[in-house]
Design a binder for this molecule. Structure first.
Ligand SMILES: [Zn+2]
Length: 413
């Protein structure tokens, strides 16, 4: 206990700050999550959200500050709290601990340090090629992250990895890294954890699918905030992924493999897919599909995602580009409509090239989804763009932050 108890608590009988904290220990995690997700900007809001006394909320905030996780403004700001009462402002600590986040995609990898609040503190330049041996790639990305930790001198709470593959639970195997040359079933979580340990980095290590992690990050810090049944569909650099966040938690199914939306059939006569089927969303609505439909040969200079997004943004007046984009929008809409019928989400967010297609013609996409879905027709499901840069990286960091959010004292002891 830091001893920075709320001075207004002085009138509350003989309760000591130690007793208040014992009572408040169970509130540390929920309190941290409220500050982390921006839902408790002041101590007055924190008190109301936790449903505890002002004294307990004060002790909890002071303890989180003593752990170096948040900052409590020493002087109450005017009219910042409920009913206009002045209240101490709360914010994540600018110089607090960080999580090491790593992302592998078909065009390279990237490492970053991410603080509370989903703030990217530092990033290492991405690499352009991915070795066929997962151990080599993961060693490189962990080394890049370790260098960032050395440069910044930050404490690390753990490490999270995002990969473009379904990841089995609880084993942590990358089951279908279709756009990497990795063997199917590579034990990525174990390899990543070994590399993290070998680099001398503290804390546990986690791995999950990149679109799942993007959805988790958007739910906590971006376009998904406040949604109860959030559906996220996005292209990576290749292929299409999906994720569902229910009541704040990722729905990953019985063994981690739920929401493999890339293999919904949206064009029965369409292109052959790597999964053995034909006309899947994965091959009908990804960056390569757009470039091919527009008659553009993909170049080696920048990623396929970048080339496809640039094409839609700058050449939409070109009839060939517009026709190709409309074809993709219609197929994406067909896939989304099927998901709306099954999942009844209260919000859909789109990432990667799908975000760019939504921006190019939002009315067309929304009309296709409404026309083709029962629940979409009745009320109209909001379809929004993802708003975070590097949402998969931020989501990878969320995995590493989770033990701290669950029990800050135990995780940081
Ligand atoms: Zn497929």
């Amino acid at each position: 206990m830091s001893g920075k108890a709320d001075p207004r608590a002085a009138g509350e009988g003989t309760t000591t700050s130690r007793q208040r904290l014992d009572r408040g220990r169970g509130a540390l995690g929920p309190a941290l999550e409220l500050v982390h997700t921006g839902r408790a900007p002041t101590r007055a809001v924190l008190t109301a959200e936790l449903g505890v006394t002002r004294a307990t909320a004060g002790a909890v905030a002071a303890e989180l500050e003593a752990l170096g996780l948040i900052r409590v403004d020493a002087r109450p700001g005017a009219a910042a709290g409920s009913q206009g009462r002045p209240s101490h402002r709360l914010a994540v600590a600018e110089d607090g601990p960080v999580a090491l986040a790593a992302q592998i995609h078909s065009d390279g990898f990237r490492a970053a340090l991410v603080g509370l609040g989903g703030r990217i503190v530092a990033t290492a330049p991405g690499c352009e090629t991915v070795d066929a041996d997962p151990a080599k790639v993961l060693a490189s990305v962990v080394e890049a992250g370790a260098a960032l930790l050395r440069e910044t001198g930050r404490r690390c709470v753990g490490a999270g990895l995002a990969v473009p593959s379904a990841v089995t639970e609880p084993e942590g195997l990358a089951l279908n890294p279709l756009h990497l040359a990795w063997p199917a079933g590579a034990p990525v979580r174990e390899i990543f954890a070994e590399q993290v340990r070998a680099a001398g980095i503290d804390g546990p290590a986690f791995a999950a699918n990149d679109v799942n992690l993007a959805a988790l990050a958007e739910h906590r810090h971006g376009a998904g905030r406040g949604a109860r049944d959030l559906l996220c569909v996005a292209t990576g650099h290749r292929g299409v992924g999906g994720a569902l966040v229910l009541d704040g938690r990722l729905h990953t199914g019985s063994s981690g493999l739920a929401l493999e939306v890339g293999h919904l059939t949206v064009n029965p006569e369409g292109r052959p897919c790597h999964c053995g089927s034909r006309g899947c969303l994965d091959v009908e609505a990804d960056p390569l599909a757009l470039l091919t439909a527009a008659g553009r040969a993909p170049g080696p200079e920048v990623s396929l995602l970048q080339q496809a997004e640039d094409l839609v943004r700058s050449d939409y007046a070109d009839p060939a580009v517009r026709t190709a984009a409309e074809e993709l929008i219609d197929r994406l809409g067909l896939g989304l409509a099927g998901l709306v019928n099954i999942l009844n989400p209260d919000r859909i967010i789109l990432g990667g090239l799908h975000r760019t297609l939504l921006a190019a013609d939002p009315d067309r996409l929304r009309a296709v989804v409404a026309d083709r879905s029962l629940w979409g027709r009745s009320g109209g499901v909001p379809i929004l763009a993802c708003t975070l840069d590097h949402n998969s990286l931020v989501g990878a960091a969320e995995l590493a932050w989770q033990p701290v959010l669950d029990d800050p004292l135990a995780a940081l002891a």
